[in-house]
Design a protein around this ligand. Structure first.
Ligand code: B4P
Length: 191
């Protein structure tokens, strides 16, 4: 099994690159953002709660996202590997993922952190906000809040994996195909 975490600030291209990675490497894509948006679209109780939190640019409570990831792992016992996109986003989520991986006698093989400047991610999210239906992309103040939350609650998650020598920084700026090539080089060198 090959388990990869794709990490980076909001708008760094985690979702964009994840689509390409799963197509090439046939791993199961676990995007907490997508899972939450599905709950919102289905108007579940969890989705209704998450909607309010996400629209403010805040993180959904740890126990909610950990529960979603745990049940997705259980539903895919035959997976060749998992691609974690947007998870873990806090130290508590990273510790919970360690425990879930230990239970499966698995490990995180690689942690790729996409590096993109604040100016670039703000520009991308404002652009997407003009056409998407995502309330969290709609206002500059909410985008700024998401970046602030990333810096205060999420950025340090990389240090958790640095202790185990799993972190690789990859530039997430420029052409989508060039970024994908840089990511593939890192994955291929560890397969
Ligand atoms: P996510 O759904 O994870 O998404 P994201 O951070 O907005 O963006 P991503 O990095 O995937 O960027 P994308 O490829 O879409 O999170 C949304 C919210 O969900 C969070 O704020 C939080 O509230 C909640 N949430 C999710 N996971 C959680 C967790 N674990 N714990 C708690 N809460 C959680 O790209 C962005 C834009 O840039 C797109 O328009 C794309 O087309 C464009 N783009 C991509 N690559 C580009 C490139 N190279 N050049 C130019 N544009 C590019």
């Amino acid at each position: 099994m090959f388990n990869l975490i794709l990490f980076g600030p909001p708008g760094s291209g985690k979702g964009t690159q994840s689509e390409k990675i799963i197509a090439k490497y046939q791993t199961i894509h676990l995007s907490t953002g997508d899972l939450l948006r599905t709950e919102i679209a289905q108007e579940t109780a969890l989705g209704m709660e998450a909607k309010k939190i996400m629209a403010k640019g805040q993180l959904v409570p740890d126990e909610v996202v950990i529960g979603m990831i745990s049940s997705c792992l259980d539903k895919n016992p035959q997976a060749k590997g998992f691609l974690f996109d947007g998870f873990p986003r806090t130290e508590a989520q990273a510790e919970a993922l360690d425990k879930l991986m230990n239970l499966k006698k698995e490990t995180i093989n690689l942690f790729i952190a996409l590096e993109v400047s604040e100016e670039e991610i703000t520009g991308r999210l404002v652009k997407r906000g003009a056409t998407s239906n995502r309330p969290d992309d709609s206002k500059p103040a909410i985008i700024a809040q998401r970046i602030k939350v990333y810096k205060t609650e999420t950025e340090s998650v990389a240090d958790h994996y640095r202790k185990f020598g799993k972190v690789v920084m990859v530039s997430g700026e420029g052409d989508v195909e060039d970024i994908f090539e840089r990511i593939c080089k890192q994955i291929d060198s560890r397969l």
